[in-house]
Design a protein. Structure first.
Length: 439
């Protein structure tokens, strides 16, 4: 079944669920807030511990151990090693009902932290065969801690839960490490994270720059599909003083970068299909007066429309080969998807808005936020079951979100004041979904 047909079928199923009668009794908001407050100090401790001990994708063994031990202590069914280092926890409520999943990502980045925090990372890891600094420069430490807190709150309400909650702690969200064919979400799906039981819906969140305590998302296309682009040019080496005696891959590389920039800027309507096509690396040569025989370029393509993306990839391949041929060079052009489009189910998105408002308060939820060109492999999970992914503003106090350090910056830091809200949105999205009328 195609993704589009799957989404349509899922939307129809949700509509039938929402029209049925016989809703379960609601857990009062006051009870949720009291439980969240009680666990908050532990959430902060978990976050700081994880922040000080980050691990790269598919190497999150310590993190997975912390998560699994906590879930077992809560009495949950726990599966480990799902997608290498992934952890799945299953909380079966005291009453029959549907199943809802909540997801957090666990991996860190090869970044040298520059936050100055007392619990800043000094860890290292291995990336592309080299020892590199490792830091939670994207906020996944906060994601794990908030979902651990939500698991504790929901476990304390087990007898009142009508249905099942699945907690998915995912590795390698930042993409498949070099040499790995699949990232964390795709591998966890392949290894059964969404089976036995199969969720009826899935929710996830990400901390991003924004006013602390605000939540924003949109129905349908929210976060871009992400492709890795690789180009290898083959020419003929020559002296820098005699370029006509060789085939100049440096000049060809420059033309290819400009051609890609022009393709994007002059052939795509940015008001209908936002598109970013960036060449970010260029590796060629070893000496100032030798034109090398090979140049390697890599970059990223971010899109929101599958057909438009496919057409742009086709046209880029033709253009790159034409530029190479003009110089007498040859080109190898390849594209590999890192994450699909994050497509928020429209009906579920509309239903979730008042639930998030219940958690965050009036005026703090924007359910029609503009799309964003960053990517997330939650997209693969929400291709399998209806889902909604939302952003949680978490800029530190006193810093303008518009100019503060973004995700992946060495100085990126999560405002710990938003951790209770993240726990609360997880808890309420699960509870309120399971409290919906049963089919």
């Amino acid at each position: 079944m195609t993704t589009r047909r799957l989404i349509a079928a899922s939307s129809l199923a949700l509509g039938l669920i929402f029209m049925a009668e016989g809703a379960a009794a609601q857990v009062p908001l006051s009870r949720v807030e009291a439980a969240v407050e009680q666990v908050n100090s532990r959430v902060v401790e978990w976050r700081r511990d994880l922040h000080a001990n980050p691990e790269l994708g598919f190497a999150e063994t310590r993190t997975a151990g912390v998560v699994a031990d906590h879930l077992r202590a809560l009495g949950l069914e726990v599966r480990t090693g799902v997608g290498r280092t992934g952890v799945v926890g299953i909380l079966r409520g005291g009453k029959p009902g549907r199943t809802v999943a909540l997801r957090a990502d666990m991996d860190a980045l090869p970044v040298l932290e520059a936050t100055g925090l007392p619990f800043a990372s000094t860890a290292t890891g291995t990336y592309m065969g080299q020892t590199v600094p490792v830091a939670h420069a994207c906020g996944h430490d906060a994601h794990v801690a908030m979902l651990m807190g939500a698991a504790e709150v929901l476990a304390g309400m087990k007898d009142d839960i009508a249905g099942t909650v699945v907690f998915i702690f995912q590795p390698a969200e930042e993409g498949a490490p070099p040499g790995e064919p699949k990232g964390g979400a795709a591998l966890m799906i392949e290894e059964g994270a969404l089976r036995d039981p199969r969720p009826d819906a899935i929710f996830g969140l990400h901390v991003v720059p924004g006013r602390p305590g605000t939540i924003f998302y949109r129905p349908q296309g929210f976060m871009a599909a992400s492709d890795r682009v690789d180009i290898v040019l083959h020419g003929r080496q020559t002296h820098g003083a005699w370029p006509w005696k060789g085939v100049d891959v440096i000049a060809a590389s420059a033309d290819i970068v400009q051609t890609i920039n022009s393709l994007t800027a002059r052939t795509i309507d940015p008001t209908t299909t936002p598109t970013v096509f960036t060449i970010a690396t260029l590796d060629a040569g070893v000496r100032y007066n030798i034109i090398p025989d090979t140049a390697t370029l890599s970059g990223t393509l971010r899109t929101f429309d599958v057909a438009q993306r496919d057409d742009l990839v086709r046209r880029a391949g033709v253009a790159i080969n034409n530029v190479a041929e003009n110089y007498g060079a040859t080109a190898e052009f390849s594209v590999r998807q890192n994450a699909a489009l994050v497509f928020n189910n429209a009906e579920l998105s509309a239903w979730l808005a008042p639930v998030l408002t219940e958690a965050a308060g009036e005026g703090n939820v924007n359910s029609v936020s503009p799309p964003t060109t960053v990517a997330e492999d939650f997209s693969y999970l929400s291709q399998e079951v209806p889902g909604v992914f939302y952003h949680l503003g978490g800029t530190p106090d006193g810093i303008d979100p518009a100019s503060g350090p973004p995700n992946h910056s060495p100085a990126f830091h999560v405002n710990e004041r938003v951790l209770p809200l993240g726990v609360k949105t997880h808890v309420l999205s699960a509870l309120r979904f399971l409290e919906r009328p049963a089919s």
